[in-house]
Ligand binder design. Structure first.
Ligand SMILES: C[S@@+](CC[C@H](N)C(=O)[O-])C[C@H]1O[C@@H](n2cnc3c(N)ncnc32)[C@H](O)[C@@H]1O
Length: 202
């Protein structure tokens, strides 16, 4: 396929490397963070996997008995995830996402990190509006403080606690419940440091 003129380096990366990317991330053990996130949710909660990639977490939540929806910007990854999980992953971006407040939990694992800084508050607002009262939004970013293009062409918005608190200040109807840094294979892939946060809808 040929890239169209509006396609970002991030879109192009996930189009061209979808299968290899999905296979390389399927085995990551996220159980520790599932536990923290699921602790906010009633057993009957409906979960949205936002920026679902391979579908690893969609499948994990489904296997734990939750009703799960999923979306991702990448058509190729949505096709992979749908086949893996049996949950149809919708092709849509954070920037265009809209939903009634039907979710008890939204899981945005390493996905909002590809949103431009000036679009992040709006993207989080859209997710918060899709939560029921007391619903929880988990999100993670690479720990840092800049915007950068990686060698493979992907855009990254790195995040630290102060920057995220400033962004969340602009988000109505939600408060930051937890924020923490994790490292390495036990909790996330690679040896990078990750900034994790849980927002709760008021
Ligand atoms: C680093 S991967 C993480 C995937 C998965 N959540 C995981 O933890 O393995 C980032 C994902 O975000 C998706 N993505 C990037 N920009 C997006 C956007 N603007 N809206 C929705 N998804 C986006 C990519 O297609 C990719 O699947």
């Amino acid at each position: 396929m040929v890239a169209d003129s509006t396609e970002s380096g991030t879109d192009q990366y996930y189009r061209d490397h979808a299968l290899a990317y999905a296979e390389s991330t399927l085995g990551v053990d996220m159980s520790e963070i599932y536990g923290r996130f699921l602790g906010y949710l009633p057993r009957s909660a409906k979960i949205l996997d936002a920026g679902s990639g391979s579908g690893r977490d969609t499948l994990a939540f489904k296997n734990l008995g939750y009703n799960v929806d999923a979306f991702d910007a990448s058509p190729a990854l949505c096709a992979f995830s749908t086949q893996l999980t049996g949950v149809p992953a919708r092709v849509i971006t954070f920037q265009d996402f809209e939903s009634e407040p039907v979710y008890g939990g939204i899981w945005a694992c390493a996905s909002l990190l590809h949103v431009q800084a000036d679009e992040l508050a709006d993207a989080i607002c859209r997710l918060v509006h899709a939560l029921k009262p007391e619903g929880a939004l988990y999100m993670s970013f690479k720990h840092g403080s800049g915007e950068r293009l990686s060698a493979d062409g992907r855009f990254y918005l790195d995040m630290n606690g102060d920057r995220l608190r400033a962004v969340v200040n602009d988000v109505a109807d939600a408060h930051l419940s937890e924020i923490w840094v994790s490292h390495g294979e036990g909790s996330r892939r690679g040896q990078d440091a990750w900034l994790n946060a849980i927002l709760v809808r008021t």
